[in-house]
Design a protein around this ligand. Structure first.
Ligand code: NAI
Length: 338
């Protein structure tokens, strides 16, 4: 296996490596789990992002194929592939942003928590690699159950002495993307004009859309509120059932992941006013982690915003969300501490 799969390594190429080494403007991004259902379209879309100068694609299977394929796209980023644990360190060295969609997805009848036993170990291994090879990188964690894998990652980084809470972000962007879409459908608007804050966590009742804070300002009947809240909370399950055993959301997730990664890169670049929801270390509630709007900057999630005014329906939802979240967070923490 070639330790540096990618199109710039053929000996005939005059510019071999110089595009990447010559300080081409842009960021270095690694995708861990790049050959998966999310990983493949995510790799393609990140190769199209003009802020990316180097794209490292890592997986335990099929990384060479995905790398060869994506590397033929005539966009700026230099693409390199890395296969299997022995190449994890080279995949991660020098990275500014690491996106993690590695792990098994749900099948019909499964909750995200049912994935814990397999994905917890995968996330631990990958985060140990990050602590060792790119401790300053921003981490976008997609692997489920996000409510537990983010606490796992935090504990791994604490153990390694590299933990920066601002740089560890659980990706809840798909909940926001779904909420924007479903709310726009109800209101008869273009989803691009709609912005719905979704707070709490990323599983069932922990997903709490704040419909009272939708932009543009609007109001919903109790029936609409109930329909929208349920549909947003069960959006993932809707896809799992429709795919009938073939996995969970991959295309909309890849879209959401690049939307979020692009915001992180714009923050790293120093753009002002970059605000989006993410599951982060937080003092907004009495829980150690919580998803709210955060401001993304050079240091990651530089500011964590308060919840803002909630209506009665949302206050009830918040209590339910917190109860389940507390258990999932504790489960993640004890996985490393035990
Ligand atoms: P998939 O099974 O199609 O792909 C997962 C990939 O991870 C595979 O290519 C596999 O080889 C790779 N992988 C397994 N162990 C690995 C390791 N130790 N190191 C590196 N790569 C490894 O699954 P899919 O559909 O891409 O989903 C991936 C994860 O994303 C699942 O945990 C799923 O639940 C989660 N997800 C999260 C969402 C969110 O909103 N945060 C939404 C949808 C899915």
């Amino acid at each position: 296996s070639n330790p540096q799969m990618g199109s710039e390594h053929h000996p005939i190429l005059r510019a071999a490596d110089c595009r990447a080494k010559g300080g081409a403007p842009g960021f270095k991004v690694a995708i861990l789990g790049a050959a998966g259902g999310i990983g493949q379209p995510l790799s393609m879309l990140m190769k199209m992002n003009p802020l990316v100068s180097v794209l490292h694609l890592y997986d335990v299977v099929n990384a060479p194929g995905v790398t060869a394929d994506v590397s033929h796209m005539d966009t700026g980023a230099v693409v390199r592939g890395f296969l299997g644990q022995p190449q994890l360190e080279s995949a991660l060295t020098g990275m500014d942003l690491v996106i993690i969609p590695a792990g098994v997805p749900r099948k019909p009848g499964m909750t995200r928590d049912d994935l814990f036993n397999i994905n917890a170990g995968i996330v631990r291994t990958l985060c140990e690699g990050i602590a060792k090879s790119c401790p300053n990188a921003i981490v976008n964690l997609i692997s489920n159950p996000v409510n537990s894998t983010v606490p796992i990652a935090a504990e791994v980084f604490k153990k390694a002495g590299t933990y920066d809470p601002k740089k560890l972000l659980g990706v809840t962007m798909l909940d926001v993307v779904r909420a924007n879409t479903f709310v726009a459908e109800v209101l008869g608007l273009d989803p691009r004009e709609v912005s719905v804050p979704v707070v709490g966590g990323h599983a069932g009742v922990t997903i709490l859309p704040l419909l009272s804070q939708v932009k543009p300002p609007c109001s919903f009947t109790p029936e609409e509120t109930e329909y929208l809240t349920k549909r947003i909370q069960d959006g993932g399950t809707e896809v799992v059932q429709a795919k009938a055993g073939a996995g969970s959301a991959t295309l909309s997730m890849a879209y959401a992941a690049v939307k979020f990664a692009d915001l992180c890169l714009r923050g790293l670049k120093g753009d002002a006013g970059i605000v989006e929801c993410a599951f982060v270390a937080s003092q907004v509630t009495d829980l150690p982690f919580f998803a709210t709007k955060v401001r993304l900057g050079r240091g990651g999630a530089e500011e964590v915003f308060q919840l803002g005014p909630l209506n009665e329906y949302e206050r009830v939802g918040l209590e339910k969300a917190k109860k389940e979240l507390a258990v999932s967070i504790q489960k993640g923490v004890s996985f490393i501490k035990k």
